[in-house]
Ligand binder design. Structure first.
Ligand SMILES: C[S@@+](CC[C@H](N)C(=O)[O-])C[C@H]1O[C@@H](n2cnc3c(N)ncnc32)[C@H](O)[C@@H]1O
Length: 358
């Protein structure tokens, strides 16, 4: 009975968590958090006017957010809530509004909403065994990945990751202009971060998703590095991808690919002599462990709903899923012609960094 009640409690709490994430999505997408921060707090009427939402909905959302402990009540108003005043604590503003912060987690709510919308299609895929193309997940899922990963690329790639790879910093920062290939570049922030940090470098980013590549071009323009980066809609496993690069990298994308061995083969072909071939992917456990820790549960949480269907969309497909263990990547790398895979000494809660050799 104790075991039963534990699960009852757990699912009940999980439902609260899911519902609260949907409210975070509304606060993020409707600009409610921004309005609260910009006005130093608000009553329902003030929030409605500032954010352009109906007062009755704004009031319900404010009450929900305060009850959930995300907002604070600063003045109860004493009149059944109509003039109650709420504020967003500064510490929470960083998590919900600071798009550059490594603690910016509002995008997670966007990811859950984006993936939630495709669950009926995934249920169908469970029966047929077919995949679901990445574009079917829509703008919320694409934007979620972009917004979640962007602070890491801008704040850690050149500052922590590149210096941890022997010789790479010198190659990118000095000598003849280096060339970088960024496979599965998505909306381009890894390429842009490299271009911003190393002004002499040229980066070619490739991704299969047209909407991501269009966004990447806009992002590069906006970041002022459009002359240093080129984005193209290409399949990373296409053997006709040609060029010689000093750094060939793939961030959080190999596990999504239908043909990961083909993509790694391309990476090997694109690598100039002495080039660095770098793969970053989920820091999952080395072996299947059940029950798993929070990181393992997080990764399995996305896998059957998103990464596996995406990876099965273009048959014949390997079907890796989010949980690509180091031994799996090593097997793929060897099949692609590499002789060794080194795990780089980079501390990161979510990703593991591999250097492919040979
Ligand atoms: C999780 S996203 C990561 C995007 C980006 N690297 C980042 O870290 O933000 C995975 C990306 O892999 C791309 N992708 C999947 N299969 C691909 C393939 N065969 N060739 C090129 N890109 C691919 C998807 O379109 C998507 O943009």
């Amino acid at each position: 009975m104790a075991r039963r009640d534990e699960l009852v409690e757990r699912l009940f709490m999980a439902s609260i968590g899911a519902l609260e994430l949907f409210h975070v999505y509304l606060g993020d997408q409707l600009g409610l958090y921004r309005a609260l921060r910009d006005h130093g707090g608000a009553t329902p009427a003030e929030l409605a006017a500032a954010a352009g939402v109906a007062e009755r909905y704004g009031r319900e959302w404010l009450e929900q957010q305060a009850v959930a402990g995300i907002l604070e009540v600063v003045d109860d108003g004493g009149d059944d809530g109509a003039t109650r005043r709420y504020r967003l604590p500064d510490a929470h503003a960083e998590v919900l509004l600071d798009a550059d912060s490594l603690s910016f987690l509002a995008p997670l709510a966007q990811g859950v909403v984006g993936i939630g919308g495709t669950v009926p299609k995934v249920a169908h895929a469970f029966r047929t065994g077919a995949g679901l193309p990445y574009p079917d997940y829509g703008a919320d899922t694409r934007r979620f990945i972009e917004r979640l990963n962007r602070p890491m690329f801008l704040g850690q790639l050149a500052q922590e990751w590149v210096p941890a790879v022997p010789t790479l910093e010198e190659r990118l920062g000095a000598g003849p202009p280096a060339r970088v290939a960024d496979l599965g570049c998505g909306t381009g922030w890894s390429s842009i971060a490299i271009a911003l940090a190393y002004p002499g470098v040229h980066v070619d980013g490739f991704d299969l998703d047209e909407a991501s590549v269009a966004q990447a071009n806009g992002n590069a323009e906006h970041a002022g590095v459009a002359d240093q980066v080129t984005f193209a809609v290409r399949d990373a496993s296409d053997p006709s991808l040609a060029g010689q690069y000093d750094l060939v990298c793939a961030f959080e994308t190999i596990h999504d690919m239908a043909d990961p061995v083909g993509a790694l083969r391309t990476m090997r072909a694109l690598a100039a002599p002495d080039a660095v071939v770098l793969v970053a992917d989920e820091r999952v456990a080395e072996v299947f462990t059940a029950p798993g820790d929070a990181i393992e549960r997080f990764n399995y949480g996305w896998s059957a709903l998103h990464c596996l269907p995406v990876g099965l969309a273009d048959p014949p497909a390997t079907g890796t899923g989010t949980v690509m263990r180091p031994s799996t990547l090593e097997r793929y790398a060897k099949a692609a012609g590499f002789t060794a895979v080194e795990i780089l000494p980079i501390e990161h809660e979510f990703w593991r960094f591999y250097r492919l050799v040979g």
